[in-house]
Design a protein around this ligand. Sequence first.
Ligand code: M8O
Length: 212
Amino acid sequence: MATQTKPILHGYFRSSCSWRVRIAFALKGVEYDQLPVNLIKDGGQQLTEEYKALNPMQQVPAVEIDGITLSHVTKILLFIPGPHLLPADPKARAQVRMISDLIASGIQPLQNLYVIQKMGAEKMQWSQHFINRGFQALEPILKQTAGKYCVGDEISMADICLVPQVYNAERFKVDMGKYPTIKRLNEALLEIEAFQVSHPSRQPDTPDDLRA
Ligand SMILES: O=C(O)/C=C\C(=O)CC(=O)CC(=O)O
């Protein structure tokens, strides 16, 4: 019987998508190894030919798991073995997928590193713009769907998508006072150990000045 090798996360401490994967591993109790990819050093280690062979999009995260390499964050979250991140109820599942996609496809790509590097001096205002645009849509949706967490009272993929996006909103100085439901959910989720141990301030590649 071949021994099961541990999954390997190629990520970056404060990449929001890398953090999403770390949360899922922690929530599911799956041990994994990390091979950090420094997105800034040497012009960006994600741009090397070696990393391109692993993830042709040259972004993080990339996860080597069960003999395959996955890169799109929501697909990784749903593939990691363990307690499911989607509710049993079909309507609630659809709401979790909708909220997850709004964040992972509708907000994050518009403020990811590759894009904001093209924005140059205006990166802060454009990142704020796109995060506000997404949160203005998300706030009324979450008012409808949320209980203790994004959809009802069970943690789901939507919660895993939300928290790192709020972290980026705070980095880009978005006024979170405009989004009381998002703020409440984020605060509740940050009380959970899986969201704490996976935090950008507690990773092997966290710079000393940003370490908790
Ligand atoms: O500033 C840096 O340290 C480099 C890159 C990132 O954090 C990644 C992003 O900003 C996009 C994202 O996490 O969604």
